[in-house]
Ligand binder design. Structure first.
Ligand code: AP5
Length: 191
């Protein structure tokens, strides 16, 4: 099993690229954002509690997403590895993920970080707002808050992973196809 983190600020293309990469390399695509939105859509108690946090662009509590991921890791069969999208988002989540994987004789093999200019992030998210119906895409102030939260709480994971020798920056500017080729060319060395 080979395990990747796909990493980057909101709008950097993590979700778009993950779907294609998971298919190409037979990876299980685990997106905590998608899991949380599914809880909201299903009207569960958890979804109701998380919805207002997400619509402000804040992070939900670590224990909520750690539990979701643990359940998915154990429930996955027939894949060649995992592609974690939007998880981990704090150093504590990263440590929890490492423990989960180590317990199952696995590790994080590589962290792929999509580098995208601030203005391009905002442009992509505002562009998506109409189609996605996501409350966190609608308000430019919430978009800016999501980017600030990323810088403050999520970006420190880069330094943590750099020290472990698994950090790989990828140019996230350009067409979806060009970025897919950049990511695939790097990932295929592991598979
Ligand atoms: P999450 O769902 O993870 O959202 P996000 O990180 O804000 O990321 P996005 O989905 O907005 O962007 P993306 O990088 O996936 O880009 P995408 O491919 O969609 O999290 C949402 C919320 O859930 C969080 O704010 C938090 O509240 C909560 N949450 C989730 N995980 C959590 C965790 N682990 N801990 C705590 N809280 C958590 O692309 C964006 C748009 O750009 C699309 O329209 C796409 O078509 C377009 N696009 C993509 N690539 C290109 C390109 N190359 N050129 C032009 N357009 C492009």
């Amino acid at each position: 099993m080979v395990n990747f983190l796909i990493f980057g600020p909101p709008g950097s293309g993590k979700g778009t690229q993950s779907v294609r990469l998971a298919e190409k390399f037979n990876l299980a695509h685990l997106s905590t954002g998608d899991m949380l939105r599914a809880e909201i859509a299903a009207g569960t108690e958890l979804g109701k509690r998380m919805s207002s946090i997400m619509s402000k662009g804040e992070l939900v509590p670590d224990e909520v997403v750690i539990e979701m991921i643990a359940a998915r890791i154990d429930g996955t069969k027939g894949k060649d590895g995992f592609l974690f999208d939007g998880f981990p988002r704090t150093v504590d989540q990263t440590v929890a993920l490492e423990k989960m994987l180590n317990k199952r004789k696995m590790k994080i093999d590589s962290m792929l970080v999509l580098d995208v200019d601030h203005d391009e992030l905002v442009k992509r998210l505002i562009g998506r707002a109409e189609l996605s119906g996501r409350p966190d895409d609608k308000d430019p102030a919430v978009i800016e808050n999501r980017i600030d939260v990323y810088k403050e709480k999520t970006e420190p994971i880069i330094e943590y992973c750099r020290k472990k020798g698994i950090y790989k920056p990828i140019n996230g500017m350009g067409s979806i196809e060009d970025i897919f080729v950049r990511l695939s060319d790097y990932m295929k060395k592991f598979l």
